[in-house]
Design a protein around this ligand. Structure first.
Ligand code: ZN
Ligand code: ZN
Length: 365
């Protein structure tokens, strides 16, 4: 079928809207008419820094309506509202251990630019185009996904808003609730209050953290952090955040999150911990980025590790976030601003300037 898509033509160049051809779904795939797709930092990272050959179609926070299902698909049917998330194989050891977010085939299935078998379902004038980004490439009017990365969602919530639950919001809130499993009454510092950081702030509040410290260099984002549950905020362009956090807490926080992918910020996030505290890295740096820590600081039981997709299983966690939203405990709609497809480059610009926290590209049918 013919689709309209935002194509990343070459490194550093703006998206172009083009008409492309999309294959019919295979027996294990579903065809989704996309209603809205969040724009995530990872789309930009790949467009401008990572080695998927261009031109390519990105987009990995899609939400839409199932139009067609392959004959082996049993859990979804045409008309279902779905949120698309990351893809996983379901067969490797890590998937079998219940951790598809660290699937051993994660790179190929999400960043490979093609299906697992190397085939490419999107073509331009008969020539295959890189796609299948996170098993969806949803900067397009229609996407092919599969049962493992499509999550059925209730139909009474505006579908256009829900795409970022598949990646950005899943990452922030999931890290707090599923990876760190924060305890009620604990303290947490969130470095970087963009979409991921702010969803972590909301998740921390919903989970009962009583000291929630947002750290950023942009005042508008810190203001939003306070509105969404931060008990304290620190502008790290003006003040040393580690010293400030020690002043607020007496010794340091139980948990810290690094969402900026800046090595010096990661070190600050680690140094903000109290003994035995845990710091997690969520920011995705370009390959080869290195960071240094004072080895001595590990000898107080502090720990750190990276987290992908909030250690979250989409089918399990997305419905929970929707229920928290319904109850007013996870007001993610406050972060979202929608843009029509033709304004996707404006959405990128607004996101980079920090004017919009989470742009969603809207596909008006
Ligand atoms: Zn796997
Ligand atoms: Zn993402």
């Amino acid at each position: 079928m013919k689709i309209q898509a935002a194509v990343a033509p070459e490194t550093g160049k703006p998206f172009q809207i083009e008409e492309l051809e999309l294959e019919d779904p295979r027996s294990d795939e579903i065809l989704v008419r996309i209603v809205g797709t969040g724009l995530c930092h990872t789309d930009m990272l790949f467009k401008d820094h990572m080695p998927i050959p261009l031109p390519a179609v990105y987009g990995h926070e899609g939400a839409g309506v199932v139009e067609q299902v392959g004959e082996n698909v049993s859990s979804l049917k045409p008309g279902d509202h779905v949120v698309l998330s990351y893809n996983s194989c379901g067969k490797c050891n890590t998937c079998l251990k219940g951790m598809p977010f660290y699937c051993q085939n994660f790179i190929g299935l999400n960043y490979g630019g093609a299906r697992g078998d190397g085939s490419m379902p999107i073509t331009r004038d008969g020539v295959p185009l890189y796609g299948c980004f996170f098993g969806q490439s949803s900067f397009a009017t229609h996407s092919l996904a599969n049962e493992r990365n499509a999550v059925k969602v209730p139909e009474d919530i505006p579908l256009e808003l829900l795409g970022p639950l598949g990646c950005g919001f899943l990452t922030g809130a999931g890290t707090v609730m599923n990876a760190l499993k924060v305890r009620a009454g604990s303290s947490i510092a969130v470095y970087g209050t963009g979409a991921v950081g702010l969803s972590a702030v909301m998740g921390a509040k919903a989970a009962g953290c009583t000291v929630i410290i947002g750290v950023d260099i942009k005042e508008n984002r810190l203001e939003l952090a306070r509105e969404l549950g931060a008990t304290h905020t620190i502008n790290s362009a003006e003040k040393d955040p580690v010293g400030q956090i020690q002043a607020i807490t007496g010794i340091g926080v139980d948990y810290s999150l690094e969402t900026t992918a800046v090595p010096s910020v990661y070190r600050q996030a680690f140094e903000s911990l109290e003994p035995t505290g845990e710091c997690v890295l969520l920011g995705a740096p370009p390959i080869g980025t290195e960071v240094t820590f004072d080895m001595q600081s590990f000898l107080t039981g502090k720990k750190t590790r990276g987290v992908i997709e909030g250690d979250s299983i989409p089918q399990e966690f997305i419905p929970k976030m929707i229920e928290l939203y319904r109850q007013g405990l996870f007001p993610f709609d406050k972060l979202v601003k929608s843009y029509p497809l033709e304004d996707i480059n404006k959405a990128v610009e607004d996101s980079e300037k920090g004017v919009t926290i989470k742009p969603v590209i809207r596909f008006d049918s």
